[in-house]
Design a protein around this ligand. Structure first.
Ligand SMILES: [Fe+2]
Ligand SMILES: [Fe+2]
Length: 160
């Protein structure tokens, strides 16, 4: 079964977005590491790996449906951050953007009556719920902690 060209192209664009997110999370992980927040850093390195997995899952799907893999240039992402909370807010904004992108891909698949792609994309739809929740919780936690040391956040993460 050969995937439709329009959806194929949109998926290639999304592969770039996933890789961009992977790089962004690696930059954030390095920032947390520089602050000595090693658990948080570890968590963001893991997140970075996950985004790469999301990209590769799309690549393999394209191969399965006789599509063309054309990974686009990945734009630079921020590597300096003003605050930890700012990082979490940026990450949440990225995730919301990705949710919108995934929904757009699903819209195309629905429009094309491409049931195979709809089934495949449903995994990403569900995954985004978790991804947004993770970042939402981190934003909420930093708000709840206020000016208290971020070490409390590290202690919290150690119990997860
Ligand atoms: Fe992702
Ligand atoms: Fe994500």
């Amino acid at each position: 079964m050969k995937i439709n060209k329009k959806l194929n192209e949109a998926i290639n664009t999304q592969i770039g977005e996933e890789l961009k997110a992977s790089n962004g999370y690696a930059n954030m992980a390095a920032y947390f590491n520089s602050l000595g927040l090693l658990r948080l850093s570890g968590m963001f390195f893991e997140q970075s790996e996950e985004e790469r997995e999301h990209a590769m899952k799309f690549v393999h799907f394209l191969l399965e449906v006789e599509g063309d893999v054309a990974i686009p240039a990945v734009p630079a992402v921020p590597y300096t951050f003003e605050s930890i909370k700012g990082c979490f807010e940026t990450a949440l904004a990225w995730e919301k953007e990705v949710t919108g992108n995934i929904n757009n891909l699903m819209d195309i698949a629905v429009e094309l009556k491409d049931y195979v792609s709809q089934d495949f994309l449903q995994w990403y739809v569900n995954e985004q719920v978790e991804e947004e929740n993770t970042m939402n919780h981190l934003v909420a936690l930093t708000e709840a902690l206020g000016d208290r040391p971020m070490l409390m956040l590290e202690a919290y993460l150690s119990k997860e």
